[in-house]
Design a protein around this ligand. Structure first.
Ligand code: PEP
Length: 269
């Protein structure tokens, strides 16, 4: 299991020592021609200092990965390629699926695992998420593990218990030197796609809970290295409020990441 190779010019957050990561989840949007245009425009809008401040990963549909890989390589863009999902087996009779080794061959660095839409529409359980985390690490990539509570769970005071179960099931089997490389995205389900984000204090509380679970499992050294993103209706206006938080190291952005101008403004916020 290899480490993500950091861009030499990328600077960690001096306060936490962790590298910031802003990830664009395009979901089932943008065909490969539209994707090429979007990433070219994004690269045009970003300044070298933006890439030094934060790592950027783009997670397009599978059909866009190969053209974007070629473009990123040929234009030496400092953008990381990401995927939105993978199967947990390396190969086999799983019609319609894509494996982690296949993504690794496309220079994919980050794979979103356990997004709430996958859990809701494709019945992904905490155990499925766990097997995907293992598959992603086995292929020398990094999982972005999505966790978060529903509105009903929040209203019933079950947020912490839900995060605990999701995080613990997904990562507790990892050895500490791998666990510290995890990226966890705290995405309250009620904040996704609706335009109403969590309050910064709620995002921070979710991140504190998640970091606390790593602390209990492996101690403060590992917990201090894990990167935690906030996701849920992030836009250019509210992005900075989340990036300032002590335990938030980045953002997972859906709708607002489809427009390169708005994504660039989020990165620069
Ligand atoms: C997401 O899908 O991970 C997400 C955060 O979406 P949005 O930004 O549109 O709420």
């Amino acid at each position: 299991m290899a480490k993500v190779k950091y861009d030499m010019e990328l600077r960690p957050n001096p306060r936490s020592g962790r590298y910031r990561l802003i990830s664009a989840n395009w979901k089932m949007n943008l065909n490969h021609l539209e994707a090429i245009q979007a990433i070219q425009k994004l690269n045009f809008l970003l300044r070298p200092s933006d890439y030094s401040y934060t790592e950027i990963s783009i997670h397009p549909p599978f059909t866009d990965l190969r053209p974007l890989q070629l473009l990123i390589d040929s234009d030496r863009m400092r953008i990381r390629l990401g995927a939105q999902n993978c199967h947990h087996e390396p190969s086999g009779a799983f019609t319609g699926e894509v494996s982690a080794p296949m993504l690794a061959r496309l220079n994919v660095s980050y794979v979103i695992v356990g997004h709430s839409e996958r859990r809701q529409y494709f019945n992904e359980s905490d155990e499925t998420v766990r097997s995907k985390v293992k598959a992603v690490f086995n292929s020398q990539m990094t999982p972005i593990i999505c966790v978060g509570e529903s509105l009903q769970e929040r209203e019933q005071g079950e947020t912490e218990a839900k995060l605990r179960t999701q995080v613990d099931t997904a990562v507790s089997f990892l050895p500490p030197e791998i666990a510290e490389r995890c990226v966890v995205a705290y995405e309250p389900i009620w904040a996704i796609g609706g335009g109403i984000s969590a309050k910064p204090e709620d995002a921070e509380q979710g991140a504190v809970t998640i970091r606390g679970i790593f602390q209990e499992l492996w101690g403060s050294d590992v917990a201090g290295k894990v990167r935690i993103q906030y996701g849920g209706s992030v836009n250019p206006t509210n992005a900075a409020n989340f990036m300032q938080l002590e335990n938030i190291d980045g953002l997972l952005v859906g709708g607002a990441a489809l427009d390169p101008e708005s994504l660039a403004r989020i990165i620069q916020a």
